[in-house]
Ligand binder design. Structure first.
Ligand code: PLP
Length: 430
């Protein structure tokens, strides 16, 4: 491929001329950790390469989309074959049925499924559906959870939104967010008070394991309380499993923790590295969607055959893999980092807190002993995190460039990658 820039700095300067911030999605710009982002030339398995030829062990993995690693050869072959037959039709295909059936068999609460192109669309459409089904308008969401960039989700949201200096995005009017109720994650009392005093709540949308304020672990009983109250008060429970779906097994996290939401949103892994997402749930709710019902939702490229084929192949390959491997290398990495950093911070007021749920984890340099909600994450030391990030980057390890994100491990990561990462952490001088 023709190169336009001689290095990352020049590529960033050129990109900034035509693309705001030089990036197609804000967090890629390193604006929280500072510095110039590297520009990618190629990637394979657990490695990503920049245009200067430098290799990095990749723990971003396209923000969780690549559970098999970069450029999986079986997925590529399936995609190549599909491209030969056509790239988009604007008419239904059998492969959409195959993928919908596979997802529904793995996550039984998703009795019917609608494919879309992004997690944003999935969450936005799920809420529209919930409002239509219940005839109510208010939505409860939790601080630090991210459900894409539909207007009414951008209040106290996690991920890149958390880096803004305003509580929601500019351009989102008061009117657009008047029906959004934002509550602190893990605060059962506040939640119960709210549902007692507020009428007209259509749905609660939540990341069951939040991963967009870094990873935060739900306290025992928190998600169960949401489920109980939803049943009692005719409120729909929406699980945003865009990150957690198929991350811990051939299922959603709902199947692991034993909570059945009314609607589930998926994205990332189900597209095998291509733009695909979906929402699905109870048949009686899903039947409200056009053309069966009067909730409108549509998309020119929805159910795109290339993305669907990549998704089918990815799930087929995942069926043959042992998810205990992902957890095992995550434990090795987490415990290794914890051990090294705790020693380095032994005489400091800063505590090294690592939250982990199976293969999903984040590292915080915290003021307190634990990180349980958005405000704990906000109060963590971002300067130390930046130092940690840049040391790893300089030494060939790419982790998410923000404290509000999570590490992503893939089946292509090897024990050698883990050891090399730990060696780099060990060489860090705080
Ligand atoms: N929901 C969650 C939990 C996410 O992590 C994301 C994106 O990271 C989204 C929704 C939005 O998905 P997309 O970026 O595909 O619009």
């Amino acid at each position: 491929m023709k190169r336009w820039a001689k290095n990352n700095i020049e590529a960033f300067e050129l990109a900034n001329k035509y693309i705001p911030g030089g990036v197609s999605s804000p967090v890629r710009s390193f604006y929280q950790v500072g510095g110039v982002p590297f520009f990618v030339s190629r990637a394979k398995s657990s490695k990503i390469y920049d245009i200067e030829g430098k290799e990095y062990i990749d723990y971003v993995m396209s923000w969780g989309a690549l559970i098999l690693g970069h450029s999986n050869s079986d997925v590529i072959s399936a995609v190549k074959e599909q491209i030969y037959y056509g790239t988009t039709y604007g008419a239904p295909t059998e492969i959409e049925y195959i993928l919908a059936k596979t997802i529904s068999e793995c996550i039984p609460s998703m009795e019917m499924i609608r494919f879309v192109n992004s997690g944003t669309e999935a969450c936005m459409s799920a809420v529209r559906l919930a409002r239509a089904f219940t005839g109510k308008s208010k939505v409860i969401k939790f601080e630090g959870c991210y459900h894409g960039h539909a207007d009414y989700f951008l209040v106290s949201a996690g991920s890149g939104v958390a880096n803004l200096q305003v509580p929601s995005s500019r351009g989102v009017t008061e009117n657009l967010i008047k029906d959004t109720i934002v509550l602190p994650f893990n605060d059962v009392e506040k939640f119960l008070n709210t549902v007692e005093t507020e009428d007209g709540i259509s749905c609660i949308i939540v990341e069951p394991i939040p991963a967009n304020m870094g990873v935060v672990i739900p306290k025992k009983g928190f998600l169960e309380t949401l489920q109980r109250v939803c049943k009692e008060k005719n409120i729909l429970l929406i699980f945003d499993e865009v990150i957690t779906g198929f991350r811990f097994g051939l299922c959603g996290v709902q199947d692991i923790i034993g909570i059945k939401p009314d609607i589930t949103c998926l994205g990332k892994i189900i597209g095998g590295g291509f733009p695909l997402a979906c929402f699905g749930g109870r048949r009686d709710i899903m039947k409200l969607l056009a053309p069966l019902g009067e909730v409108y939702q549509a998309g020119t490229l929805s159910g795109n055959p290339i993305a669907v084929v990549a998704g089918i192949k990815t799930l087929e390959l995942l069926k043959k893999l042992d998810y205990r491997y992902l957890e095992s290398i995550s434990v090795d990495l987490v415990e290794g980092i914890r051990d090294i950093l705790s020693k380095k911070f032994k005489n400091s007021n800063t505590k090294v807190v690592i939250n982990r749920f199976r293969s999903l984890f984040s590292v915080f340099f915290s003021q307190g002993e634990s990180v349980e909600n958005f405000s704990d994450v906000r109060n963590s030391d971002k300067g130390l995190f930046s130092k940690f990030f840049h040391h790893l980057l300089k030494n060939g390890v790419f982790i998410p460039p923000s404290v509000f994100e999570t590490f992503f491990i893939s089946f292509s990561h090897t024990r050698k990658d883990i050891q090399k990462t730990l060696d780099v952490v060990l060489s860090l001088d705080f």
